[in-house]
Design a protein around this ligand. Structure first.
Ligand code: ZN
Length: 237
C-alpha cells in the first residue's frame, strides 16, 4: 500500500463560484476520489488543518502531493522545512501547477522557480517527449487540454534530471511541464497543468500521469534521520 498525503490550500474553491462548480469538495477531494485505489491510500490536508501535517504524518507518508497558489506564505516555515527533510530522507513529492512557488518546492530546487503566465483561455498540448519513462506510460504522443493557464519559459528551475513532458500553448509559448528530480533519497516530480478555473483534474490522462508519478516517486530507500555517523573503522571484519 502506498500512503499518499495531499495538501491543497483550499482557498479558490471557497471564494470563487466558478472554481467551486468544478471542484465542489476542493481539488484535494477530487484528486483523492480519482486516485485512491487498492494500492493507494490517501489522506488530505488543507490550510484549515495544516498544523496536523506533523512530522509523524510525514514519516508515514510515501508520497506527498502539493497544490497551492494564493496562500503559499501561510504555510508555516517549520512544516515546509519538515516536508523538504522528509524528501531528503526518501519521501516522494509531486508539485502541481502553481506549487512552483510553494515553500517546499522552492527550497528543494534552490532557484527562483519564476515563470511567465497568461490567462486567456489558450488550449495546451502536453507533449510526451519521454515515452519510455515510468511517468508517461499509457500516455499517447500528447495530451490536449482545451483550457489551461499559459505558463511560459524561462522557468527558473535547475536542469531537470529527466524531462518527461513539454507543454505548448495556443499562443506559442513552450514550457517544461513534467520535470523529475532526485533530492537526497527522495524523488520529486513537478507537473504544470491544473489551473483552478479549468477542469484539468477531471481529465483521465492527467490523472493517469499523476498516478504514474505516485508509483515512480514512492520511496526506494529511506533513512530515519539525517546525520553524519562517525565510522570508527573503515571496514568491519
Ligand atoms: Zn493557475
Amino acid at each position: 500500500m502506498i500512503n499518499v498525503t495531499i495538501f491543497n490550500e483550499f482557498v479558490h474553491e471557497k471564494t470563487d463560484e466558478n472554481v467551486r462548480k468544478i471542484y465542489p469538495e476542493g481539488i484535494h477531494m477530487a484528486l483523492k476520489n480519482y486516485l485512491q485505489d487498492e494500492k493507494i491510500k490517501i489522506s488530505t490536508f488543507t490550510l484549515d488543518n495544516i498544523t496536523d501535517l506533523t512530522k509523524e504524518v510525514l514519516d508515514k507518508t510515501d508520497v506527498i502531493i502539493w497544490w497551492g497558489h494564493l496562500k503559499h506564505h501561510e504555510v508555516p516555515n517549520e512544516i515546509a522545512k519538515n516536508v523538504c527533510e522528509s524528501v531528503h530522507k526518501g519521501m516522494g513529492a509531486i508539485f502541481l501547477h502553481s506549487a512552483h512557488f510553494s515553500k517546499p518546492f522552492m527550497s528543494l530546487m534552490g532557484t527562483p522557480c519564476n515563470l511567465t503566465w497568461r490567462e486567456d483561455g489558450d488550449y495546451e498540448l502536453i507533449w510526451n517527449i519521454n515515452p519510455a519513462h515510468p511517468i508517461s506510460q499509457g500516455i499517447d504522443r500528447f495530451i490536449k487540454l482545451d483550457c489551461e493557464e499559459t505558463y511560459g519559459e524561462p522557468f527558473g528551475i535547475p536542469e531537470p534530471d529527466q524531462l518527461v513532458f513539454i507543454g505548448n500553448f495556443e499562443g506559442g509559448e513552450v514550457f517544461r511541464s513534467g520535470c523529475c528530480y532526485q533530492r537526497g533519497n527522495g524523488r520529486v516530480f513537478y507537473f504544470q497543468p491544473g489551473h483552478e478555473t479549468c477542469p484539468t483534474y477531471h481529465n483521465e490522462q492527467i490523472l493517469r500521469v499523476i498516478k504514474n508519478a505516485i508509483h515512480w516517486a514512492k520511496p526506494v530507500y529511506r533513512i530515519k534521520e539525517i546525520i553524519c555517523p562517525e565510522v570508527k573503522k573503515p571496514m568491519e571484519e
